[in-house]
Write a protein that binds this ligand. Structure first.
Ligand SMILES: C[C@H](O)[C@H](O)CC(=O)C(=O)O
Ligand SMILES: [Mg+2]
Length: 397
């Protein structure tokens, strides 16, 4: 019988979205940032949406902040994306499954959040909102038990994390001590042979700058078709590309299955950052779509669901390297043998220095030094909410 204080209140906030918000909505950056500089996307077939992802609304949702307060005044919180629509779902629908309940009932609460929203949810925004609540609940539980989340997940299996960096400057990432650099693919199929040549020229330039042994990867952000992805994989293999990421639509399980068969031996096919729940990842795993799954813990269902996803991948001999998500993934990665390294998203505009991934929303957010990080052992996820940022609670009850 748990002796924890009951949950008193759930609150959902949004952070003002003005194109310079950053934080958990890391695509919400100002002009001149590498993350919005002609990156290949499924919208790039429309020339007017090719140069900037903000032009088609990549940052329209903004950040969601969920706070869960226990009867004794202890507050757990989490940040993720989803903004105002997710805040509505949290306050108007999900909060009822937490308030008045024991915070240790994570499984039952998750089950009720998921199945009560299944008729309009299952993936995307709704599971994003569920993830935010689940992460805040784990944070609260850690604070109440005075334990870091990684300890509640079974404890660390290694002393520190090692990171690859995602950004437009793998050469800088190498200097900064990362084990690899994942570059955004800049040109999609609509830019034809010339675009393909430019993609390969960028890879070649980075290969020359980084040397033969440094990992280089392409992040294709769902932009390609099977034929283009297969051609890119074979040409890039000659330049030592380690993996081709999220080449196709997340719904195209059949395409991923074919790509994995067609990719050159030794090149890894990775995907999953826009996939959700044990059922979505079961499709990727059973259909043998990829070599690495990349769930985002703030989008795939939270820690409670990541436990199940990770176990399935482990049993299949597939690595799980979560997408971005800062401390929320670090606490998980350090506890699992099939997550041997982690991703760090370079949020400096030029991708040339290490800055906190979710700045300015988290206080005390740890960053890798020389590509390495010891996960802090403060209670919960070990970070505090920056109360100096403008938080807005649109659906206060
Ligand atoms: C660089 C990618 O287009 C995206 O912004 C981030 C991502 O997919 C990743 O970190 O992985
Ligand atoms: Mg990616």
């Amino acid at each position: 019988m748990s002796r924890l204080p009951k949950i008193k209140h759930v609150r959902a906030y949004v952070v003002k979205n003005d194109g310079t918000g950053g934080g958990a909505d890391y695509h919400d950056q100002g002009d001149g940032h590498w993350i919005d500089d002609h990156i290949a996307t499924p919208m790039a077939k429309y020339p007017e949406y090719r140069q900037s992802r903000r032009s088609f609304g990549i940052n329209v949702l903004g950040t969601l902040v969920v706070e869960i307060e226990a009867e004794n005044g202890v507050v757990g919180f989490a940040v993720t994306t989803g903004g105002e629509p997710a805040a509505y779902i949290v306050e108007k629908h999900l909060a009822r499954f937490l308030e008045g309940r024991d915070p240790s009932e994570v499984e039952k609460i998750w089950d009720q959040m998921y199945f009560s929203t299944q008729y309009y949810g299952r993936k995307g925004l709704v599971v994003n909102a569920i993830s935010g609540v689940d992460l805040a609940l784990w944070d609260l539980l850690g604070r109440l038990r005075q334990e870091p989340v990684f300890a509640m997940l079974g404890g660390a299996v290694r002393d520190e994390l090692t990171f690859y960096a995602t950004g437009a400057r793998p050469d800088k990432a190498k200097e900064l001590g990362f084990i690899g650099g994942k570059m955004p693919l800049h040109h999609g199929p609509a830019e034809g042979e010339e675009g393909l040549r430019k993609n390969l020229a960028e890879l070649e330039a980075m290969r020359n700058a980084c040397g033969d042994d440094f990992w280089l990867m392409f992040d294709c952000w769902m932009a390609l078709d099977l034929n283009y992805a297969t051609r890119l994989a074979h040409e890039a293999h000659k330049l030592g590309l380690k993996w081709i990421e999220e080449a196709l639509s997340p719904d195209d399980y059949w395409g991923y299955q074919a790509l994995k068969k067609r990719a050159p031996p030794g090149m890894l096919v990775t995907t999953g950052e826009h996939e959700a729940t044990r059922w979505g990842f079961r499709m990727l795993l059973e259909m043998e779509c990829c070599d690495i799954i990349q769930p985002d813990v703030g989008w795939c269902g939270g820690v409670t669901e990541l436990i199940k996803i990770s176990a399935m991948a482990d049993a299949k001999g597939v690595l799980m390297i979560p997408h971005g998500s800062s401390v929320y993934s670090y606490h998980f990665v350090v506890t699992r043998h099939n997550s041997p390294f982690a991703e760090f998203l370079m949020m400096a505009p030029g991708a040339d220095e290490v800055v906190p991934m979710f700045h300015p929303q988290l206080i005390g957010e740890p960053v890798p030094v020389n590509g390495r990080l010891k996960v802090p052992d403060a209670p919960g996820f070990g970070v505090e909410l920056n109360r100096d940022i403008a938080l807005h609670r649109p659906y206060a009850r």
